[in-house]
Design a protein around this ligand. Structure first.
Ligand SMILES: C[S@@+](CC[C@H](N)C(=O)[O-])C[C@H]1O[C@@H](n2cnc3c(N)ncnc32)[C@H](O)[C@@H]1O
Length: 230
């Protein structure tokens, strides 16, 4: 980390909504210089990229740390954002990304994905980032901690300490990965939540085959989930 200037921090999905926190407080000045990026302007947002997926406003190698919480699930094209994080981090720079592996539909402005430890391994492989550690909320934490039902998953990842032609090659590869998103404006598209005729027919069929009484439904809701992640 630099000794001669503040540590530069980028938060991705930084907008603050009523009771929800941001990571800004963890990075006080003058030791840190914090910037919040979001696709919507608002409280705690410094950068709203013109293209939400390609950050033309940010130069290569310009942030030492990147943090992102509860945002990747809302990003239809999260692998492109992961590639942009890889591009804008300094060589040796670190990112912490936290996103749920469970929980109900919650749209900001869309809700597309959930994440598991191997999700992060795939993202590191495709971008060339180093996977330092990854995590998936344990059953015990999920059962006991407030908000544990979101089954948060996380990665600590590092941009390789490259320079010269090796760093150029790293960036060229990222450029190929995000190429389509540079040429086209990709939509943020919502799917209808109301069932149509096919889903209605499926539900009716399931109800006939496996009639769900109220007591069964309650039992299912409260039973302890089986360990599936180790
Ligand atoms: C659930 S909020 C999380 C806000 C805050 N970080 C927190 O933890 O409470 C998700 C945020 O991600 C933003 N977002 C959605 N898609 C994004 C994208 N592609 N790039 C950056 N931010 C995005 C949304 O606008 C929203 O502000």
């Amino acid at each position: 980390m630099p000794a001669d200037r503040p540590i530069k921090v980028l938060e991705v999905g930084s907008k603050s909504y009523h009771d929800q926190d941001t990571y800004r407080g963890l990075f006080p000045s003058p030791a840190y210089s914090y910037s919040g990026l979001d696709i919507e302007a608002g409280n705690n947002v410094d950068i709203v990229p013109a293209n939400p997926f390609i950050w033309n406003e940010i130069k290569n190698n310009s942030f030492d740390i990147c943090v992102s919480g509860q945002t990747f699930e809302h990003n239809p094209y999260f692998w492109i954002t992961f590639a942009e994080i890889a591009r804008v981090l300094t060589p040796g720079g670190m990112a912490l990304i936290v996103a749920p592996g469970g929980g109900p539909v919650h749209r900001y402005p869309v809700d597309c994905w959930r994440f598991y430890p191997d999700s992060w391994a795939a993202l590191c492989a495709v971008t060339g980032m180093e996977l330092v550690e990854s995590y998936f909320e344990t059953d015990d934490m999920a059962a006991t901690v407030t908000g544990g039902g979101w089954r948060d998953s996380a990665v600590i990842t590092r941009k390789p300490q490259l320079k010269g032609s090796q760093l150029t090659t790293f960036h060229k590869r990222l450029d190929e990965l995000v190429g389509l998103f540079k040429k086209e404006n990709m939509p943020l598209q919502r799917a209808p939540l109301e069932p149509g005729k096919w889903i209605t027919a499926y539900r009716e069929e399931m109800q006939k085959t496996f009639p769900m009484t109220l007591s069964k439904a309650i039992h299912r809701k409260i039973r302890k989930p089986k360990a599936i992640h180790n």
